[in-house]
Design a protein around this ligand. Structure first.
Ligand code: SF4
Length: 383
């Protein structure tokens, strides 16, 4: 099974913390939709050509950027191009990332009649001051209203929440989670506010206009999040993702389980089981290349240590953990011994545990997963 990711590189305005690829000018939107359709067609044999034979499309994911800036006709057109060019399973998961300011009652009704069957809504916070500070395009009333409407027509909804926002107390964070839960949605993705270089947020912090996010506050918020969502029947299946039974994101789970995917659009990434590819992160250059029938993609073949490192990172971040049997089978005894040696201090500190030969972070180690994983990476081996 494979997935198609379609990157829509437009946003109404730039959120202060964001370092994704997007443009706030919609001038090239029409041209872009045609180019995306052309890339979908140009790459139709890619999955067939790659080493594996499991080439049916199981998930289609519109990410961005802000995919909800496209009209329903444009979205439906791109979905039909996927169907035209690929073999798609009977009930694929088709997700649209959408922002609350694009989700009026009429728009949600229209979307519910389209092939889109999962919405991922960028709520981020229900507090007006947080939304303003982050320069989100929506307000708190729109966040609540769109969830009220969306839950009438969609049962598979995810929402995003950001924690560790400067000034957000534990009580405020609890309230944000409770508000999200009050809509009865089955999936939540939640990330700590991070300060990426060259973002407006980084400049605002440097000039003292916004306080720096504090690790301790973020760590407390994370613990509150895990505890509250687990008490409410959510499974913490990936470090930043929580889903009720049968509502895990199939698209994202496929990435984490190492399945193949094709990334369409500027900056989109692809993986065919052996190599990674990434499209140029520039709308004009992307359009020019596709219009000349060239794929603006760079690729790299993954080395054994690249694949080992990726497995360590995704394994530790997910409920599935890192199988020591798989490490030995796929990467060899040298890697297994290295992993055992590197993990020992974390096992001694109760940050990692091994059960049924599966290595996982303990509850105490969860928030530190990314740092622990990087200590387990294989860096010095000659390929
Ligand atoms: S809407 Fe999403 S992609 Fe666009 S600027 Fe905000 S966070 Fe970034």
């Amino acid at each position: 099974m494979s997935g198609i990711y379609i990157h829509i590189p437009f946003c109404k305005q730039a959120c202060h913390y964001c370092d994704f690829h997007f443009s706030t000018s919609m001038k090239k939107k029409d041209e872009m939709v045609l180019a995306l359709a052309k890339e979908i067609a140009m790459r139709k044999n890619e999955l067939l050509d790659s080493a594996r034979s499991d080439n049916e499309i199981e998930t289609i994911y519109f990410g961005g950027g802000t995919p909800s800036v496209l009209s329903n006709d444009e979205i439906n057109f791109l979905i039909s191009e996927v169907y035209k060019n690929y073999k798609v399973v009977e009930n694929p998961e088709i997700t649209l990332e959408a922002n609350p300011d694009d989700l009026s009652a009429e728009r949600i009704l229209e979307l519910s009649k389209s092939p889109i069957n999962r919405l991922s809504i960028g709520i981020q916070s229900f507090y007006e001051e947080d939304l303003k500070m982050m320069n989100r395009a929506h307000n708190s009333a729109e966040a609540k209203k769109c969830l009220e409407e969306a839950t009438k027509y969609f049962d598979n909804i995810s929402l995003d929440l950001i924690y560790g926002i400067p000034g957000m107390t534990d009580e405020m964070w609890k309230q944000n989670i409770e508000t999200a839960l009050s809509f009865g949605i089955p999936h939540i993705s939640s990330y700590a506010l991070t300060v990426e270089p060259k973002t407006a947020l980084s400049k605002l912090i440097q000039t003292g206009k916004i306080a720096e996010p504090q690790d301790e506050a973020a760590s407390n918020h994370f613990m509150i999040l895990v505890d509250t969502l687990q008490k409410n029947g959510f499974i913490h299946y990936e470090l930043s993702n929580f889903g009720k039974e049968n509502y895990f994101s199939k698209n994202n789970s496929a990435y984490w389980l190492g399945k193949k995917y094709i990334g369409i659009g500027p900056s989109a990434h692809s993986y065919d089981g052996e190599k990674r590819g990434w499209n140029i992160a520039n709308n004009s250059l992307y359009l020019k290349a596709i219009q000349n029938s060239e794929l603006p993609i760079e690729t790299e073949i993954l080395t054994i240590s690249d694949r080992y490192n990726e497995y360590i990172m995704t394994g530790l971040r997910t409920i599935w953990g890192v199988s020591l049997d798989r490490i030995e089978k796929e990467f060899g005894l040298e890697y297994l011994n290295y992993l055992k040696k590197q993990s020992q201090k974390f096992l001694d500190d109760d940050l990692l545990s091994i059960e049924n030969n599966i290595l996982k972070p303990t509850p105490k180690g969860k928030f530190l997963t990314d740092g622990i994983a990087s200590d387990l990476f294989y860096l010095n081996l000659e390929e």
